[in-house]
Design a protein around this ligand. Structure first.
Ligand SMILES: [Zn+2]
Length: 590
């Protein structure tokens, strides 16, 4: 039996059956119900605004059903009480319409592109699609050459199945407009891509609902699946709350793997762009093989448990609502890096998109926490406080990221400075606990990054950071990934753990230095590994190291070894004052 995902016993939550296929009345009833709970009255309002404009259209048999579902189980049509402080209709970022949308029409009416500047009124409601292009070429895309033709008619039959299904879904929900990247951005036109890509997060945030083709590795699979109704997708059991109690309560269960696979480990979740899309969208429906999942900023549900999977007790990942709420009393660095950690595992098709595919999230975060306010350091006004994926606030702490696993060779298309997480491929973490405030012994001075396309949140092409720190210590790394410290009496091994930024590490190629900077506690110290850029005097980050008493390091010994190494260096550099402690050195890291 699979590990189960348990919910607290709640008699008001009912388990529902699932229909043999995703594309059926029951499915649409569910989706309408979720929308109604999330945005009461909105769908009806949008539909009636369409019918006012287009009441003269021929009656179509596929015209969406009304908001009165055919057979909603009476008990679960009530608004669940935990939905009361729902925030999905609050904009997390300034609304910005895409240049083009797909006009869906009803029934046999032609599908075509339209320019949003030509649409009447400001309240244009549209759906968005999160999907994988996959390895097959898209049979139809919009280009500079065919855009005039596409504004008249899009050949729907020639589109991939996923795109055709997205059109069906938009029709069934009763919206008139849809946004899909391959059709709404001119493919092969770099200027158009730059214009639209910069606001991709805004487009998803401004959409009414996001369709996630989560089990479609490419366009041929689509959104609809037949399912086995016999296979348990959920069940209820009477069980003891814990082994010390005889009291039995009712538990709602579902295979943990099911929700995880549908939302977290699906085809789209591993795409960097899709990470932003589902994060920014106010509400998403995941068309997975097993069942439909709903995710908005307030609740997560599925067909087996339409009234909700308890996300607060078993969060699958950060959603904007959990993030916003938590951040009010948490260390900003950890909350930010929780997002970076989730994002760092996604593959960007092109490595250079690493920052721009995260831009919408950074802007929303900035808005939510007032980080856009001018930041000044020692009287010096910084032009912006978001630099290559890090915030100027508490930047010293954010520099401590390390690559935990999934390292890859240095990606030459990533042009972020070495001190930014965006310069590496791999699972990135920030050490320490969420409520810890490490003692930091370095100071970030002036930071400059070369921004591309005049966009501080977008891609960068290198950058420099001034760092005031203790004297660097010449070190080596042995094949057990431990630090070897050079000192007056030769070299000494510290049983530390070294985390290279890339694979191969390149540690043995040139001079390596340790930068001691963070004490998380008396028993845990962290630092960075830097390499000198020969001839320029600049340094590049190549890894991080951890010295931890819990992992067998004698901290007293380690400190004195590091101290001896530093003294040895300082005797040459003249940095140590016996009566005044360490003099901070200034180095430049690129
Ligand atoms: Zn909602």
């Amino acid at each position: 039996m699979l590990i189960t995902h348990l919910q607290d016993s709640d008699q008001s939550i009912q388990m529902s059956t699932i229909a043999p296929t995703t594309d059926c009345e029951l499915t649409w009833t569910r989706v309408e119900q979720w929308i109604e709970w999330c945005a009461p009255g909105e769908l009806e309002r949008i539909r009636s605004s369409h019918s006012l404009i287009e009441h003269s259209l021929i009656e179509d048999p596929k015209k969406p059903s009304t908001l009165e579902p055919e057979s909603p189980p009476a008990e679960d049509s009530e608004h669940p009480s935990w939905l009361e402080d729902h925030v999905c209709n609050t904009s997390i970022i300034e609304k910005k319409l895409p240049t083009r949308l797909i006009h869906i029409g009803y029934g046999t009416e032609d599908v075509r592109l339209c320019l949003t500047k030509d649409l009447p009124g400001g309240d244009v409601q549209y759906l968005t699609l999160s999907h994988c292009w996959g390895k097959i070429a898209m049979p139809v895309v919009t280009t500079k050459e065919n855009v005039d033709q596409m504004l008249k008619r899009i050949p729907v039959q020639a589109l991939t199945k996923t795109l055709q299904d997205a059109i069906v879904i938009t029709r069934r929900i009763g919206l008139r407009y849809l946004w899909i990247d391959s059709l709404c951005i001119l493919q092969g036109d770099h200027d158009d891509w730059l214009n639209e890509a910069a606001f991709m997060g805004h487009f998803y945030a401004g959409g009414f609902l996001n369709i996630v083709a989560c089990d479609a590795p490419d366009g041929t699979t689509g959104c609809f699946f037949d399912r086995s109704v016999e296979r348990p997708n959920g069940f209820r059991v009477m069980a003891r709350a814990d082994r010390h109690s005889d009291e039995r309560t009712l538990w709602n269960c579902m295979p943990h793997k099911l929700a995880k696979q549908a939302i977290l480990h699906c085809e789209t979740s591993m795409r960097a762009w899709c990470f932003q899309e589902t994060f920014m969208a106010p509400r998403s429906v995941y068309f997975s093989k097993s069942q439909l999942f709903w995710e908005c900023r307030g609740f997560r549900a599925c067909e087996s448990f339409p009234q909700g999977i308890n996300v607060l007790k078993a969060p699958l990942r950060q959603t904007p609502v959990t993030m916003w709420k938590r951040l009010l009393n948490e260390n900003i660095c950890y909350a930010w890096f929780d997002l970076i950690t989730d994002y760092s595992l996604c593959n960007a098709t092109y490595g250079k998109d690493r920052l721009i595919a995260f831009k919408g999230i950074a802007e929303a975060y900035c808005k939510a926490f007032g980080l856009h306010k001018a930041f000044s350091l020692e009287g010096q006004r910084q032009p912006h406080n978001y630099v290559a994926g890090l915030w100027r606030q508490k930047m010293e702490h954010q520099l401590l990221w390390f690559v935990d696993s999934h390292r890859k060779p240095r990606n030459l298309s990533l042009r972020s400075p070495s001190w930014s997480w965006a310069s590496v491929d791999g699972l990135v973490h920030l050490p320490g606990e969420k409520y810890s405030w490490p003692k930091i012994e370095c100071v970030v001075g002036i930071v400059t990054v070369n921004i591309c396309a005049n966009d501080q949140y977008g891609e960068v092409n290198g950058g420099t950071m001034e760092l005031k720190c203790k004297p660097l210590i010449p070190v080596g790394v042995n094949n057990k990934m431990e630090l070897v410290v050079e000192g007056v009496n030769g070299s000494t091994i510290i049983h530390s753990i070294v985390y290279p930024d890339v694979e191969p590490s390149g540690f043995n190629d040139g001079f390596l230095f340790a930068l001691r900077a963070w004490e998380l506690s008396d028993f845990e110290q962290w630092g960075l590994l830097l390499k000198e850029d020969i001839g320029t005097g600049l340094f590049r980050r190549v890894g991080a190291y951890e010295m931890n008493a819990e992992r067998g390091v004698d901290m007293e010994d380690a400190r004195s070894i590091m101290h001896a190494g530093a003294t040895w260096t300082s005797n040459i550099a003249g940095g140590y004052h016996p009566w005044g402690g360490w003099k901070l050195h200034t180095i430049m890291v690129i």
